[in-house]
Design a protein around this ligand. Structure first.
Ligand code: 2AM
Ligand code: CA
Ligand code: CA
Ligand code: CA
Length: 264
């Protein structure tokens, strides 16, 4: 394993264990609301501190971009961190949340870890070296027909301007696929896409820490990732569409007629 991935795995496991131990105490946590439906607990913050400390102990010169504490440092190496993706699920004891850590080198994501502490599933990827679930090599699914496809998604939050477009896409997919799922951790959704559990995935308005690691997992597992019009702006816009090589273009085709300029 690449030494930088190894450190990221150590950080993700430490944070995941902390989160897992805290599931017994969710009724006693201090919770604040950052914006509409965006909650943060002391567990998010503690997990983030554990991750940052582990990474900076090994690589003190690297820069950090983390959901709860923002950007620090200046370097060609930037660690992009979501310490707890799926906080709403976590706070309800709904067992679908994850830790997501990616390393970006000169603008390119090179290492990725997503850890699900509930199932003890560790998803990892190094650019050019494939994606893994624990020790098993991952490949995206082989389904080719939309009618057989299981599609993952997440609902739009703050940008209610995207709501009508989203619901239009949702309605079409309901009629044309074998099912839609909305579990609530975008990072874990992307890892599951890489693992072939979904055939396609789309969501709008995500943040870079939700998707940085997951997008590398998918491409290393042989899948495709783009924005909603097939371009490569997804890390910036947070509008994302993924799939295996057959389903991805078909999903884009269904999405296209619904796109407002803001979503293109
Ligand atoms: P979080 O739990 O780290 O905040 C679910 O579709 C995804 O949306 C999760 O990755 C979740 O990340 C994110 N999310 C939840 N509430 C949000 C909000 N109010 N604004 C933006 N993203 C949100
Ligand atoms: Ca959040
Ligand atoms: Ca998140
Ligand atoms: Ca988070």
């Amino acid at each position: 394993m690449h030494p930088m991935l190894n450190i990221a795995v150590k950080a993700a496991r430490r944070a995941g264990n902390l989160i897992h131990r805290s599931t017994d105490k969710i009724d006693h946590l201090t919770i604040t609301k950052k914006s509409h439906a965006d909650f943060v607990s002391e567990v998010d913050r503690a997990a983030e501190q554990t991750i940052i400390q582990t990474l900076l102990d090994a690589y003190p010169d690297h820069a950090i971009l983390a959901e709860e504490s923002g950007a620090h440092g200046e370097s060609d190496f930037v660690w992009i961190i979501d310490p707890l993706d799926g906080t709403t699920n976590f706070l309800h004891g709904f067992p679908q949340f994850s830790v997501s850590i990616a390393l970006q080198h000169k603008g390119i994501i090179t290492q990725a870890v997503i850890y699900d502490p509930t199932k003890n599933e560790l998803f990892t990827a190094t650019r050019g070296r494939g994606a893994f679930l624990n020790d098993k090599r991952l490949r995206v699914s082989k389904r080719i027909h939309m009618a057989d496809a299981l599609i993952g998604t997440g609902f739009p939050y703050t940008n209610f301007e995207h709501m009508d477009a989203y619901i239009g896409i949702f309605r079409d997919l309901m009629q044309q696929t074998s099912g839609l799922r909305r579990p609530g951790s975008a990072a874990l959704d992307l890892a599951w896409m890489a693992a072939g559990r979904y055939d396609g995935f789309f969501e709008t308005g995500l943040k870079v820490w939700d998707i940085a690691a997951g997008t590398l997992l998918i491409t290393e597992a042989g899948g495709m990732v783009s924005d909603l019009s097939g371009g490569d702006t997804f890390l910036k816009t947070g509008h994302i569409c993924a799939g295996n090589a057959e389903i991805h273009p078909k999903l884009l085709e269904i999405i296209a007629p619904h796109l407002s300029d803001a979503l293109k």
